[in-house]
Design a protein around this ligand. Structure first.
Ligand code: NBP
Length: 484
């Protein structure tokens, strides 16, 4: 009798194909199925030829060929296809079998699906898989959440195929219940939006203000990649700066400046508004992509609006160092904000997230991998209850050291008219966070003036509310339900 498969996979597109090749290369036998069934034979006789794959031409055949308790992983288009496959799989599976969704599902869907699948006596995992095509093949970062009882059943497979950091630790560990894995993957993607926008603002200043050549920018990113900013995104930016097209010219300048997006950055920003934490940098990164996509309108506006900008003359090398500091400081703020979002969402959803462990999962295999994440792991190892990364001594010291350059870049950019929305929003958050007295007393006065919303007083206990008849014309009744 031929050996049954250790795991089954539905979805032989770019992610599925590469992930099963990765599993097979680690000694697992994988049963594979795809909606368009002809892709099964194409794969088994193509990239999968001579390897331990079992091609299935129906879901029934797939399920019959998997060892019990069965694990069936879907890597299909997020949304309705995932619900459709769950419906089809439920009657084919037995109690204790596991359905796994490895696509980019929105975490509320994963919360709903976990409850639904568990109600049918099965187990469910929603796992973020990061690193794109290459990651899937060579070692992705994986962020699984769902039914806790499912984790021991998939742990060995997941951790053996995941990326490893230098000491061999896999970039995959249990994140938490129901939608926690997909939530953490969503925040990862939001942070990716932020990191990319930060680097793009640095490039904008270097290209249009300092008038650096692409070779010069290549060398700067190369240097930065050897220090605090050591990361995959800085490394590929260096390589993009060095890339020449068939005419020997930088390809970068021939690419239209209209950014695309698939929505995970937007989801992250929306979830920050829902739980009520400032995630300003990622929000600005999403808006920057939207503004960039309005290319035709910007072209018209550029003809009409001439900004009054000063010409400044900064010493080049010094200003490049200031840009480095602005980028590094803003990056700290971005991760600080992302971690606060995870903490608040964890409270709301009863997840027990391991924040240091999350940094470790992102340390390799994914787009935001960087040396910096090791420092975040250290910060949470040192204090698992850390309120905000900015308060950790390593990050605090780095921010102190970077402050002067950061402020210089934001003020110079404002004077010369180059937009730096993430550098400047990060600085505004930093200053807001460290300010003991914000002008929100005036806001409260205004709210009470026009809507009798009441206010608390600095000379009374918190939780005691006051209302003033500001004009002498209103009554003394305070509002309890009216919200502006
Ligand atoms: P796609 O997202 O392009 O999905 C292709 C797969 O979904 C194929 O198997 C296709 O079957 C199936 N499918 C589609 Br499309 N519509 C379907 C439907 N209505 N019913 C059933 N099956 C349907 O593939 P991918 O790029 O490999 O991504 C897979 C998942 O991984 C997605 O959730 C994606 O967001 C996520 N992800 C992708 C990347 C990446 O770099 N591409 C990275 C990280 C995560 P067919 O062959 O019959 O059309």
């Amino acid at each position: 009798m031929t050996k049954k498969a250790d795991i089954g996979l539905i979805g032989l597109a770019v992610m599925g194909e590469n992930l099963v090749l990765n599993m097979e290369s680690h000694g697992y036998t994988v049963a594979v199925y795809n909606r368009s069934v002809e892709k099964v034979d194409k794969f088994v006789n193509g990239r999968g030829k001579g390897k331990n794959f079992i091609g299935a031409h129906s879901l029934e055949e797939l399920v019959q060929n998997i060892e019990r308790p069965r694990k069936v992983m879907m890597l299909v288009k997020a949304g309705q296809p995932v619900d459709d496959f769950i419906e089809k799989l439920i009657p084919l599976l037995d109690e204790g079998d596991v359905i796994i969704d490895g696509g980019n599902s929105h975490f509320p869907d994963t919360i709903r699906r976990t409850k639904y699948v568990e109600s049918k006596g099965l187990l469910y995992i929603g796992t973020g898989v990061s690193g794109g095509e290459e990651g899937a093949l060579k070692g992705p970062s994986m962020m699984p959440g769902g039914s806790p009882k499912a984790w021991p059943l998939v742990k060995d497979i997941f951790q053996s195929i995941a990326a490893k950091v230098d000491d061999g630790t896999p970039c995959c560990d249990w994140v938490g219940e129901d939608g926690a894995g997909h939530f953490v993957k969503m925040v990862h993607n939001g942070i990716e939006y932020g990191d990319m926008q930060l680097i793009s603002e640095a490039y904008h200043l270097m290209r249009d203000y300092l008038k650096l050549s692409h070779d010069e920018m290549h060398d700067i990113f190369d240097l930065w990649n050897q220090g605090d900013l050591d990361s995959y995104l800085i490394e590929i930016t260096r390589d993009i700066m060095g890339y020449r097209d068939e005419n020997g010219e930088p390809l970068l300048e021939k690419i239209l400046d209209a950014a695309g997006q698939k929505g995970t950055g937007k989801w992250t920003a929306i979830s920050s508004l829902e739980v009520g934490v400032p995630l300003t940098l990622i929000g600005e990164a999403v808006y920057s992509r939207i503004l960039s996509s309005q290319k035709e309108e910007r072209l018209r506006a550029a003809q009409i609006i001439k900004a009054k900008v000063s010409q400044l003359d900064e010493e080049k090398e010094e200003f490049v160092n200031a840009i480095h500091d602005a980028l590094f400081a803003s990056k700290i703020v971005s991760y600080a904000q992302g971690y606060v979002l995870m903490r608040e969402a964890a409270k709301e959803n009863n997840w027990n997230l391991n924040y240091g462990g999350i940094a470790l999962m992102w340390r390799g295999g994914c787009i935001i991998r960087s040396a910096f994440l090791g420092k975040i792991k250290d910060a949470f190892d040192h204090n698992p209850e850390l309120e905000n990364l900015i308060l950790d001594s390593y990050f605090h010291d780095k921010l102190q050291a970077a402050q002067e350059g950061w402020r210089k870049v934001v003020s110079v950019a404002a004077r010369i008219g180059i937009p730096v929305p993430t550098f400047s929003s990060a600085l505004a958050y930093f200053d807001g966070y460290r300010t003991a007295n914000l002008p929100a007393n005036l806001l409260q006065a205004q709210r009470d003036y026009f809507g009798a919303h009441t206010y608390e007083r600095v000379d009374k206990d918190r939780g005691e509310f006051f209302h003033t008849n500001w004009t002498g014309r209103g009554g003394d009744t305070a509002s309890s339900t009216y919200q502006v």
